[in-house]
Write a protein that binds this ligand. Sequence first.
Ligand code: ADP
Ligand code: MG
Length: 355
Amino acid sequence: MPFTAIPEIGEFGLIDRIASLVASTLPAVPELLTGIGDDCAVFRPSAELLQVSTTDILAEQVHFDLLTTPLQHLGSKAISVNVSDICAMNALPRFALVSIAVPASFPVTMIEELYVGISHAAKEYGLAIAGGDTSSSRSGLVISVTMIGEVSPELITRRSGAQPGDLVCVTGSLGGAAAGLKLLMREKEIMLNHIENNEPYTKSVISDLNEYREAIQQQLLPLARIEIVRLFHAKHIQPSSMIDISDGLSSDLQHLCRHSNTGALIHENHIPIHAGTRRIADELQDDALTWALTGGEDYQLLFTISKERYQAIAENRGISVIGEMTDPESGVHLCDMYGMKIDMESIKGFDHFSS
Ligand code: ADP
Ligand code: MG
């Protein structure tokens, strides 16, 4: 077999290869309605109920840096990112299994802190921690969470199902998590420079981060949009398709379009970007729109809905209509401030193996 380095095929190319290797296992379980390819797998234990399941890893130096991440926050985030995938199916979480690989040098209190955060978040979302696994690690802390949720068959929402003409909607605002990450990286550099030069890293050299509180919180302590799912359930709304924004709006919208066999046209001036995020981008001489399109980790919900059904949620100010689904031949485009259409394929989201 020829040697192929993983970056040549990228994260999604790798998942495609895995999917073809495990495809032959699927016929054994006809109750498994959806396997690889959506935010959760979907299993039908009975005619009235669907069970959805997901798993997400957080690895030290890949997903987090312990120099800038309080462990309680990290525990909460490990839960929230999984709840976010459950919410992306229009489902509600029930329980989770938490596995950790820990360097033997860690003090016990660090793991206790982690679990204070895990338990706190679990209680907030109304889910139980039902088990897990513990191992030593030779390459940093790794946390893996597997989560199970439930939804009725009338409400389940997949990435597929959008129709041309459906509205493209996004909850909350985008780009804040990327802004928070940039600020934390700047702070870390200042800290390491001081340590390298043998200068004390005291309060006087720490930037006053209070004014950036919101963005930093969005990075360290993202919240899954479970109240939007509760709103959908209360109004019996089944969006035509949905995904959570973990890789960036550009990449995640393209996932919806590919799975639904549609195109899409969204408008730059309708993308919700917080004024604070724009201010940070100006300060760091960066671009808030790029953060919103490719930064990822915002954990907002991106969904499509028919114009008629949208009327039931039109009053919700936390939901923005950013464009419309189109026929597949039109492709996936962003219409910028000047009316220029930019092909979203040229705007890349996060890939674990891209340089
Ligand atoms: P998300 O960002 O929503 O968590 P991912 O991009 O991680 O989704 O994964 C996309 C799909 O690929 C999901 O359905 C997931 O279950 C599947 N997947 C990812 N990695 C693996 C793997 N190593 N083995 C089997 N399935 C995988
Ligand atoms: Mg997801």
